[in-house]
Structure formats: structure tokens, C-alpha cells
Design a protein around this ligand. Structure first.
Ligand SMILES: [Zn+2]
Length: 448
């Protein structure tokens, strides 16, 4: 249990920043926010406001340069690629996979190496305020179990997927048959379910259509159903070379215009718990299918600039058409593990799109909207919006303590006489980094 006296900053309404000053916030033993009272003077007695279960607890009073905000939700991150994050962005997607991604992932059959890479990544994400992450791991069972263990040990909310692929992959980095891939996927599911830890969830993870046979895709959909509709993740309509590859693999579909959405859908992989990465080249028809199924897209703007041959039209697909969207770092296709970076790049991407768009600035997305997508939007993708995404009574306390005070060595300078609190938040979103993260809680437990 804990009690804070703090300013809350979050986005319950898309596009609007809500700042609640001088809040008394009580978090119960289950990590659930039991009470929030705003405009409580520091001189007031907390007992006047809180029910007896919170009486007698020490109150943590935040300074005027600190505030609490909801943790970020990274809806697309490749854990094994963390080892080369910040490098290797010089080639197109299909080449990049063979040159960088597969070799790096294969190396993690060394369990000590897997432990090192995964520990450092999960710590890094937490330090950056990412309280929930949707992870892609490798094909291999044991290293992926280690990732699930580390997520659990370090206290993050983690959706973890053991990647599946049985075709068009290097000989020494393929599961070769659908049966072998399904068996391994099921073993991982059982391992994670065996933890009985609601913070760690197994995810059905066909890598993408080019590396998954139709038998494997159908079998994975069946696995999801058999284990109570497990979440599903993959990649969809990411880049020109990927789309061309899918067409060449399935000339029988749609007169040679077969696409990811049709194939995933026909195999039963589009569900309300499906999060597809990228979707840069989704057609109108694809979007209406995804919407009908309740599936969502993890938008990864930084990675898209390098690999996608296009920009995801966030304003049109999300704000106008209502496609569910979250934001993702796409480590290591995206070179930064910071969701602040994703937020900023989402804004920049929309501005780049607007430059040549017939409707110009109308299709831009502002930073408040991008913060909403990175918090509430991600929670909706994962079906946990009743638990996280904002700081409200009844939700769990997945929170970041931001500090922009003078004593913090960081890039944010605050000018007392001129900066409103809203402007300080805006500065943090644009200039802040992990140096400004003074604490992180998941389900009420302090993890940083
Ligand atoms: Zn990816």
C-alpha cells in the first residue's frame, strides 16, 4: 500500500491533456488505485480524505517539479534484437532480416547471452517508463522462457511471444514443420500459464506470412482458441518487398493480389486480441476487415522511416476510420527503446505525411494525441484498458514519476516565471529521457 501527494498528468480523452494538481492518491495492497482526491493542500491531514485502510501510511509528497503519469505501453518490441539496437539500419527489410535480425536472434540459443540481453532490455524499458510491453522473442523455447522469467522477476507487465516460423527461413533458424512449431508454441504457452502470474501473458506469434505456412497459421489460431483466446501478434503490410514476397508465395489468392490481411483472416488469426505491427500499406478493404474483427495495429513510426517505404496515416486510419492503434518502438528496426521517442516520431511522421497530402495539416497528429495512443491506445490494443492507460480510481497503479527539477541532469530546463505545468509536461514529452524518470510502479509495486 502507498499514498502519494502528487500532480497527475494523463490523457483520459484522446487529444486532451488532463492535469490534476495536488492529488492525494492511495494505492491498495493489490496495486489498485483506491482513491484520488485533487486540490488537497499539503497542510491537510490525509486521514480526512482517505478511508481507514490507508490511515497511518507515510505519504510521499512530490515536489513541484515532479508529476505522476501512466506508464507507457510498447505494443511492438523484438527482445532478442536489443543486442544490436542503434545499428544496422542500412538495408531494406527482407535483406535486414537475413543480415541482422536472424543471426542476432539465433545467437540467443546461448542461454547466458539470452539472459544478459533480455535483462538489460527489460531494465532499459522500465527505466524509460515502459510498464507494459508486447514482446517478440525468438523461435527457441528455452531462451523465450528466460524472457518470460525476467519480465516476471523485474516486475514488468509483459505479453511474451515465442516466434513461430516453418518456411523461408535460414536452415538453422527455422522450425521446419508446422507440427514442430505448434508443439514448441504450446510448450511455451503452458510454461507461462503455469506461472499463474496475471502480469505475464503468452502470445501467439507467427513471425509474418512469408515465414509461416498456412498449416502453421491455422494451427496457431487453433492454439489461441484452445487456451481461452490468447493474444496474437504478427506483422502486416509493412513494406514493398514484404508485400511482393507474399504475393509471389500465394499467386492463387485474389488474382495474384493476395495480401496479409486476407491470409491472416482466412486462417482465423484476426481477433479482438490481435495486434499487428506496422500496417503501413493497408488498403481500405483491409482496414474494414481489421475493424470488423476488432484487431489493432502497433504503429512503429521510427522503424517505418527506415523499412516501410511509407508512413502509417495515423490521423486517417485511427482518428477518422476508428482502427484501434497503439505505438511501438519496434526495437531494433526502430533504433530507440524509448516510447517518448515513438511519441515524438509519430508526430513528425504525421507532419511529413501532411507535406504532400491533399488535406495538408488536417492529417497531422499532435503530441497529446500521440501520448494517448502510447498509453490508452496501447491498453485498448491489448484489451487491458479497464486496468491501465490512465491513473483513475479502480485502475491499477502502473505509473511513472517524472522529475524535471534542476537537480536532475537532463535535457529539460524549466523557467519558473514562464512555464505553466502544461508547458513543463510538453517539454518533458519532447526533451525528456530516462534521466527524468525518478520512479516506476507496476501493479503498485516499485520496479525502478
Ligand atoms: Zn517487428
Amino acid at each position: 500500500m502507498s499514498v502519494f501527494h502528487a500532480t497527475i498528468v494523463h490523457t483520459p480523452v484522446r487529444g486532451e491533456l488532463q492535469v490534476l494538481r495536488d492529488c492525494l492518491i492511495a494505492v491498495d495492497t493489490n496495486g489498485i488505485i483506491g482513491a484520488i482526491h485533487s486540490n488537497v493542500p499539503t497542510s491537510a491531514s490525509p486521514e480526512t480524505f482517505l478511508t481507514s485502510e490507508f490511515h497511518g501510511l507515510p505519504v510521499r509528497y512530490l515536489s513541484k517539479h515532479q508529476f505522476l503519469m501512466p506508464g507507457f505501453i510498447d505494443t511492438h518490441v523484438h527482445a532478442p534484437q536489443y543486442s544490436y539496437t542503434g545499428s544496422g539500419t542500412d538495408v531494406p527489410l527482407m535483406t535486414w532480416l537475413n543480415k541482422y535480425a536472424f543471426p542476432a536472434e539465433r545467437l540467443l540459443t546461448s542461454l547466458p547471452l539470452a539472459r544478459d540481453v533480455y535483462t538489460r532490455l527489460v531494465r532499459r524499458l522500465l527505466r524509460n517508463g515502459t510498464t507494459t510491453a508486447l514482446y517478440f522473442a525468438t523461435l527457441h523455447l528455452e531462451p523465450t522462457k528466460i524472457l518470460a522469467d525476467i519480465v516476471e522477476d523485474l516486475g514488468q507487465r509483459g505479453f511474451v511471444g515465442k516466434a513461430s516460423m516453418d518456411r523461408n527461413a535460414p536452415d538453422d533458424y527455422s522450425e521446419h514443420t508446422a507440427d514442430a512449431a505448434l508443439q514448441s508454441a504450446e510448450s511455451f504457452i503452458q510454461y507461462v500459464i503455469g506461472k499463474a502470474n496475471p502480469l505475464v501473458v503468452p502470445v501467439i506469434t507467427p513471425r509474418f506470412i512469408p515465414t509461416c505456412s498456412l498449416d502453421l497459421l491455422r494451427g496457431l489460431a487453433d492454439l489461441s482458441r484452445r487456451y481461452g483466446n490468447l493474444p496474437i501478434q504478427s506483422h502486416i503490410s509493412e513494406s514493398h518487398d514484404e508485400i511482393a514476397f507474399v504475393r509471389s508465395l500465394h499467386p492463387e489468392l485474389e488474382h495474384g493480389n493476395g495480401c496479409d490481411t486476407t491470409i491472416f483472416d482466412s486462417c482465423g488469426l484476426l481477433t479482438p486480441r490481435t495486434v499487428m505491427a506496422h500496417g503501413v500499406h493497408l488498403t481500405e478493404k483491409n482496414i474494414s476487415v481489421l475493424k470488423q474483427r476488432g484487431s489493432s495495429v502497433a504503429v512503429c513510426p521510427l522503424s517505418n522511416f527506415y523499412f516501410a517505404n511509407g508512413i502509417f496515416p495515423l490521423h486517417e486510419h485511427h482518428l477518422e476510420k476508428g482502427l484501434k492503434c497503439g505505438l511501438g518502438t519496434d526495437v531494433a528496426g526502430g533504433y530507440s527503446p524509448s516510447m517518448l521517442h515513438s511519441v515524438r516520431t509519430a508526430v513528425v511522421a504525421s507532419k511529413a505525411l501532411a507535406l504532400t497530402h491533399p488535406r495538408g495539416k488536417e492529417v497531422e497528429v499532435d503530441w497529446r494525441t500521440a501520448v494517448w495512443v502510447a498509453t490508452v491506445g496501447g491498453a485498448r490494443c491489448l484489451g487491458i484498458e479497464d486496468q491501465v492507460g490512465t491513473l483513475e480510481v479502480g485502475k491499477v497503479f502502473d505509473a511513472v514519476l517524472v522529475d524535471v527539477g534542476d537537480e536532475v541532469v537532463g535535457a529539460v530546463d524549466v523557467f519558473e516565471e514562464m512555464d505553466s505545468l502544461e508547458r513543463v509536461v510538453e517539454k518533458f514529452i519532447h526533451l525528456g529521457d530516462e534521466r527524468n524518470v525518478a520512479g516506476v510502479w507496476v501493479q503498485g509495486k516499485k520496479v525502478v
